[in-house]
Design a protein around this ligand. Structure first.
Ligand code: PLP
Length: 391
């Protein structure tokens, strides 16, 4: 099928839930992808922060294909050596105590929300079930994670939404304090709001939240779905804030391209979830776990993390010398670019025509390149971006 045929069939047979860029991708290697009509692209998106090792990394392909040939799915009625390896790695990398494996970011966040409510219910009873999230946050597309998402545009059509969320203005300590009451069981935040426009939280704001949470037995829950798994230059972004969360959620880059999510909790919460309180058919699927084990064994070394920081710096240095660049935000290889002309959507579409895949978030350009991208690939992509920014 050529691109036009694919597009026609998409229009005819698929629900129109996505505004898509004008290309179909059929193969890839590293940070390069090929379109259905044979066009080559440099990829600064990694499938929205998913393909952490790039397209078709050799070790990753081997891990996934050999697992597919051994056993593809076993359900959670049986023990799985691959699940326990993923969980052990996540715990030893973070000092967290227990892991629940699922298939996506939204599901990891649902688990976090359930843990918060049950912990509070078990200990304090009814009436302490509210969760504070941030204005401009993004936590997923299920009815409950939409409710957790602090953006009015998402609170539409699908009424009634799940109750029990209140929204605090990011980096506003007074607003945070004004929302604290005996009804609050948890605070759930992204440390860099990704979909919200690559907005990092200030250290003062986060330390204040951490302080109040620990004083009042309010759970501190961090959504690391986008920032996690080495994306920002540390294994999880919270390490850079010097905090110890009670719950951490992870997905996107964790499986390097296969659907896997994880909800991690500390020792205090280790026995909150009991048999029958939560579950999933696909979660912790052996092939997804084999993929995650490969990713975890590769990205969590000091050398790899230092390299992510170095490449992030390289991006920043080159970008700051580029026309139409007003401000650069983010950490490591999670990069947001405010343009002078406020024309990010237009730039992104033009980049695709010119052979560069690039994201937007709100009115920013957003880069989430594969963590293994080479300097040669970075240079090629930036050259295309430069030519589009100049035009
Ligand atoms: C992408 C994202 C989610 C949702 O993840 P899905 O896998 O699409 O369900 C949740 N939180 C954050 C911060 C995200 O970036």
């Amino acid at each position: 099928m050529n691109f036009e045929e694919i597009k026609d069939k998409e229009q005819k047979y698929m629900m129109h839930t996505y505004g898509r860029f004008q290309t179909a991708l059929v193969s890839g290697k590293g940070a390069s992808a090929k379109g259905a009509d044979g066009k080559d692209y440099i990829d600064f998106t990694s499938g929205i922060g998913v393909n952490s090792l790039g397209y078709c990394d050799e070790g990753w392909v081997k891990a996934v294909t050999s697992q597919a040939a051994a056993i593809q799915h076993i359900s959670n009625l049986y023990y799985s050596p691959l699940q326990v390896k993923v969980a052990e790695k996540l715990c030893s990398l973070t000092g967290m105590d227990k892991v629940f494996l699922c298939n996506s970011g939204a599901e990891a966040n649902e688990c976090a929300i359930k843990i918060a409510r049950k912990y509070s219910y078990d200990k304090y009873g009814i009436g302490r079930q509210k969760i504070l999230t941030l204005v401009n946050s993004f936590h997923g597309r299920t009815v409950t994670t939409l409710a957790a998402t602090g953006q009015d545009v998402f609170h539409n059509f699908f009424f009634p939404f799940t109750e029990g969320f209140e929204y605090v203005t990011a980096n506003d300590t007074d607003d945070f304090k004004a929302h604290i009451s005996d009804e609050i069981c948890a605070v759930f935040i992204e440390l860099i709001q990704g979909e919200g426009g690559v907005m990092p939280l200030s250290e003062e704001f986060v330390s204040e939240i951490a302080k109040v949470c620990s004083e009042k037995d309010i759970l501190l829950m961090i959504d690391e779905v986008q920032t996690g798994v080495a994306r920002t230059g540390t294994f999880y972004c919270y390490e850079q804030y010097g905090i110890k969360p009670d719950v951490v959620t992870s997905a996107k880059g964790l499986g390097g391209g296969l659907p896997i999510g994880a909800c991690l909790c500390n020792e205090k919460l280790s026995s909150v979830m009991t048999p029958g309180t939560h579950g999933t058919t696909f979660g912790g699927n052996p092939i997804a776990c084999a993929a995650a084990n490969e990713v975890l064994s590769r990205v969590a070394t000091n050398e790899f993390l230092a390299d992510v920081c170095k490449k992030g710096e390289y991006f920043r240095e080159k970008l700051s010398a580029m026309p139409n660049v007003k401000e650069i935000r983010g950490k490591g290889m999670m990069i947001g670019i405010v343009t002078e002309k406020d024309n990010a959507k237009e730039i992104a579409a033009k980049c695709v025509d010119a052979g560069l895949l690039i994201l937007t978030a709100k009115n920013l350009l957003r880069l989430l390149p594969p963590l293994t991208i080479t300097y040669d690939e970075i240079d090629k992509g930036l050259k295309i971006l430069q030519s589009v920014m100049e035009a």
